[in-house]
Design a protein around this ligand. Structure first.
Ligand code: CUA
Length: 316
C-alpha cells in the first residue's frame, strides 16, 4: 500500500523492510504519546479549571504507583527502541564476509566506482541482485555522503580515511543515489544511479564493460614501482613484516596491543607508518602520503588482500 505513496521510496534491499519497521515504530510511539499528552492537557484544563475565586485545590503529596508507572513504562519502551535499533545497526554495519567488494572515490562532484575485475564507472554503479555488496569509500576533497534511499543505507564519505557500507539488493531496477552531505555549489547535482541486475545480466554487463587492469594487478605493479617489496617480502631480510596472509588477521603491535588488519589499518600504515608498529620491528618505513592517489591506494590494498587469498587457497 505504501508503494504508491511517493513519500517513501521502494524497499529494494534486505534491510529496507527492517529499517522502515523501526522507523514506523518510532513515529507511532511519538504520535501516540504526543497526542496523549495534548489530549490530557486539554482534558485536565477543562476538568480542573477554577470555578470560583474561593476555590483552592488540595495540595498533592505524590503517588508511588503513578511514579512507578511513568518510570517503568517509558523505560521499557526506551529499551525496546535500544535493542531493536542496536540489532539493526549491527546488521547494517557488518558486511558479510563473502560480499562483493567495490571501491568508491568521491570528489567534487562525482562518484567513481571500481569493481574487483577492474571495471570502472562514474556516477553509476551496476550491482548484482541477491548478493551482498560492500563499498569501501573515501573522498579526494571534502566530506560527501553516499545515500541510496531504496536500500535505506547512507554513509559519510570522508577525506583521509575509509568508511564502508554494504547492502544486498532484492529487486532489479534503476535507482537513484544521492550525495547527502553539503559539499559545495554542485552538491545537489552530485547524483548517481544504482543499477541492480539479475545475476546473468550482471555477468553480461561485467564482460561487456571495458576492463582495464584489475585493481589487484595494478596494485602489484605499484607495489613494485614504489619499492615496497624491498622490505615486505619473506625473502627481504625481515626489514618489514611480510604481507602474505596479513589481511583480515589480528596483528600484534609493539606495546602489546592487537589490531585487526583491515583496509583502514593498511591505509594508516602506508600513510602514517609511525602510528602503529608491528611487534618485533623497528620504525624504518617512510610515509607514502602524497605519493599515492586514493585510487592507487585502493589498488595496493587490493594487491595485499590478494596475497591473503592466495595464502588461503594454498592452505586448502
Ligand atoms: Cu558531495 Cu554533497
Amino acid at each position: 500500500m505504501r508503494l504508491d505513496f511517493p513519500l517513501f521510496p521502494e524497499q529494494a534491499s534486505t534491510v529496507a523492510g527492517r529499517v522502515d519497521a523501526l522507523y514506523f515504530f518510532l513515529v507511532a510511539v511519538s504520535v501516540v504519546f504526543s497526542s496523549l499528552i495534548f489530549m490530557l492537557v486539554g482534558y485536565f484544563a477543562v476538568k480542573y479549571r477554577r470555578r470560583s475565586d474561593a476555590e483552592w485545590p488540595r495540595p498533592i503529596l505524590g503517588d508511588l504507583r503513578l511514579e512507578l508507572l511513568w518510570t517503568i513504562v517509558p523505560l521499557g519502551i526506551a529499551l525496546v527502541m535500544f535493542v531493536w535499533g542496536a540489532s539493526l545497526y549491527f546488521t547494517i554495519s557488518r558486511p558479510p564476509a563473502e560480499a562483493l567488494e567495490i571501491s568508491v572515490v568521491a570528489k567534487q562532484w562525482m562518484w567513481k566506482f571500481q569493481h574487483p575485475g577492474g571495471q570502472r564507472e562514474i556516477n553509476a554503479l551496476h550491482v548484482p541482485m541477491g548478493r551482498p555488496v560492500k563499498l569501501t569509500m573515501t573522498s579526494e576533497d571534502v566530506i560527501h555522503s553516499f545515500f541510496v534511499p531504496v536500500f535505506r543505507v547512507k554513509m559519510d564519505v570522508l577525506p583521509g580515511r575509509y568508511t564502508s557500507m554494504w547492502f544486498e539488493a532484492t529487486k532489479a531496477g534503476d535507482y537513484h543515489s544521492f550525495c547527502a552531505e553539503y559539499c559545495g555549489t554542485q552538491h545537489s547535482g552530485m547524483l548517481g544511479r544504482v543499477i541492480v541486475l539479475v545475476p546473468a545480466q550482471y555477468e553480461r554487463w561485467l564482460s561487456a564493460a571495458a576492463v582495464g587492469e584489475s585493481p589487484a594487478a595494478a596494485g602489484a605493479r605499484l607495489f613494485q614501482q614504489l619499492g615496497c617489496q624491498n622490505c615486505h617480502r619473506a625473502d627481504s631480510g625481515e626489514k618489514g613484516p611480510a604481507l602474505d596472509g596479513l589481511f583480515g588477521r589480528p596483528v600484534r603491535l609493539q606495546g602489546g596491543a592487537t589490531v585487526f588488519a583491515d583496509e583502514a589499518y593498511l591505509r594508516e600504515s602506508i600513510f602514517d607508518p609511525n602510528a602503529k608498529i608491528v611487534a618485533g620491528y623497528r620504525q624504518v618505513m617512510p610515509t607514502f602520503r602524497g605519493q599515492i592517489s586514493e585510487e592507487g591506494l585502493f589498488q595496493i590494498i587490493a594487491h595485499i588482500k590478494s596475497l591473503t587469498k592466495e595464502e588461503t587457497a594454498k592452505a586448502r
